[in-house]
Write a protein of this length. Structure first.
Length: 355
């Protein structure tokens, strides 16, 4: 899933990420603090109104215990002003590193600059800041999310028909990446499919309302791409109301692909309510967010290249590295779609089956 990013790196990708040899097996807390005590890390949870982020919140203290770090936590509830305020609280509490997931990836820049001036390493989870530097970005290849969704729907629809894309927030790099990649893939590989993009700002009620309006004007919609599971319950409710919640073998079936890989999505794939999802690794976001924050406190450095945990570090721009964790496409049968291998919904390696 990293072919495009790796190609742009050229020979850089051949550099081994040697510092990763002590990755997740290194549970010591030595180095960052003068007395060898467990380093204090501030973690801001971005929101607690989705199953995905609630799973992430559950995994963070577990990972902190495994890595031997102490935590201070806040929740900014999808509000950039709250995140900025919470960061000031962390600074006053004497944290040595910060893990955050800014949903507005432009407005966080001044705060990142302030933390940098205080030599407090920052790791961003799931999102990448539009400007400014952080010690490491931990996310998956979000452009691949859009491409995988496109290939799945385009293949299932036989390259013809209409699909709705329920976009996340376009003030987020994630929303932009998924949207741009989905549109580019459809235009290139499935020009016979019409895409209706609906901006939702990651809000489930907005997604449901816009889907209902779109289906009223275009009742022959045959595919839906939800950029996150925030839209899951509303989408299923709308389809049920319109008599479109039918088995995949029924001609009236609307094919749905989501992003996240939460337990509810896997259950819905089994039941034929949705058809696919991209599993975004909530457990690994927690683990490697804290791992890199600890590493930054200890003065470790990293280079572009493959890691020891089935991912690839890429250089996004000067001074900004991103560890792109694996995020597989999950389907009902685990078949290959558009040349992309998929995992079956009951695969034991999926975090959603172990949550």
């Amino acid at each position: 899933m990293h072919r495009t990013s790796l190609r742009s790196l050229g020979v850089l990708t051949m550099i081994a990420a040697t510092a990763l040899t002590t990755a997740c097996s290194d549970n010591s807390s030595s180095g960052g603090d003068s007395g060898g005590s467990a380093p204090l890390i501030g973690v801001d949870y971005p929101r607690s109104d989705t199953d995905f982020w609630n799973s992430y919140i559950k995994y963070v203290p577990q990972s902190a215990k495994e890595l031997g770090v102490e935590l201070k936590t806040t929740n900014s509830q999808n509000d950039i002003a709250s995140l900025i305020s919470n960061t000031q609280t962390f600074i006053s509490q004497g944290v040595k590193g910060v893990v955050m997931a800014p949903q507005d990836t432009a407005a966080i820049a001044p705060t990142l600059e302030q933390l940098s001036s205080k030599k407090i390493p920052v790791v961003t989870i799931d999102t990448r800041p539009d400007t400014g530097k952080v010690f490491m970005v931990v996310r998956a290849d979000n452009r691949a999310y859009g491409t995988k969704a496109c290939q799945f729907l385009g293949t299932k629809l036989g390259g013809k028909g209409k699909v709705v894309m329920l976009q996340g927030g376009l003030d987020s790099i994630n929303g932009r990446d998924r949207t741009e990649a989905f549109n580019e893939c459809m235009k290139k590989d499935f020009p016979g499919i019409t895409v209706f993009g609906e901006a939702t700002d990651w809000k489930g009620d907005v997604a449901a309302s816009k889907l209902q309006t779109r289906l009223a004007s275009d009742p022959d919609i045959k595919g839906i791409y939800m950029q996150s599971s925030f839209a899951l319950s509303g989408t299923l409710q709308v389809l049920k109301q319109k008599g479109l919640q039918v088995a995949p073998t029924d001609p009236k079936h609307v094919f749905i692909v989501s992003n996240d890989g939460i337990p509810e999505e896997l259950k819905n794939i089994k039941e034929g309510l949705i058809d696919a999802t991209v599993s975004q690794p909530a457990d690994l976001f927690a683990k490697y967010g804290l791992y890199y924050a600890k590493a930054g406190i200890e003065g470790k450095t990293f280079q572009p290249g493959p890691t020891d945990h089935n991912s690839t570090i890429i250089q996004v721009r000067d001074g900004l590295l991103e560890d792109q964790l694996a995020a597989p496409l999950v389907t009902a049968d685990g078949a290959t779609i558009g040349g992309e291998k998929t995992l079956k919904y009951d695969d034991a390696t999926l975090w959603g089956n172990n949550a």
